[in-house]
Ligand binder design. Sequence first.
Ligand SMILES: [Fe+2]
Ligand SMILES: [Fe+2]
Length: 202
Amino acid sequence: MKVRDVMPTVENTHNFDIVPDSHTQVGTTLENLKAAVIGETGASAKYAAFAKAAREQGYEQIARQFEATSAAEQIHIGLEAGLIAQEEPDYVKPEPPDMSGAATDVNLISGALGEIYETSDMYPSFIKKAQEEGNAKAVQVFSRAKLAEAVHAELYLESYNNIDAPDDDAYYLCPVCGYIHKGDDFEKCPICFMPKDKFRKF
Ligand SMILES: [Fe+2]
Ligand SMILES: [Fe+2]
């Protein structure tokens, strides 16, 4: 993803449409935030299990990638749960489900499919509803998550295609928005502009 001059938002980018065969059940923004937390909690647990499987199967770099992406989803959970707690101070986050991994190439595709769903269907649907409700904070949290998920998907497919040709690259996680960069050839987050020295290396 290229670094833009301004932060990408619903107003200044053009890929916030919703796929025609949407599978997202849209409620109020508060309900959508809770649904997003449940989805992200499942994704984070799934990637943690996939990381363990990848390491056992000898894919150390992909294990780090899954760990970085699992941590990215925790950032989204924190942002979304924070907005929920503003309306419901007693809100308790859901427990992570038990997850297990299969073969690493299949796990990469499973991860990519989940990320593509989130970036092209779930988050755009939730963004549209938050806009209708005039909830600017939710629009921003959902929008940044949507953009990060697209990059997670892209990186999973890259690893799928290169599974037999790993390199030495590390994965760098933006601690603000959950964007991940493969390799150290970057200066700042293309989504939220956080500088590289704030990133977490995996
Ligand atoms: Fe993701
Ligand atoms: Fe970022």
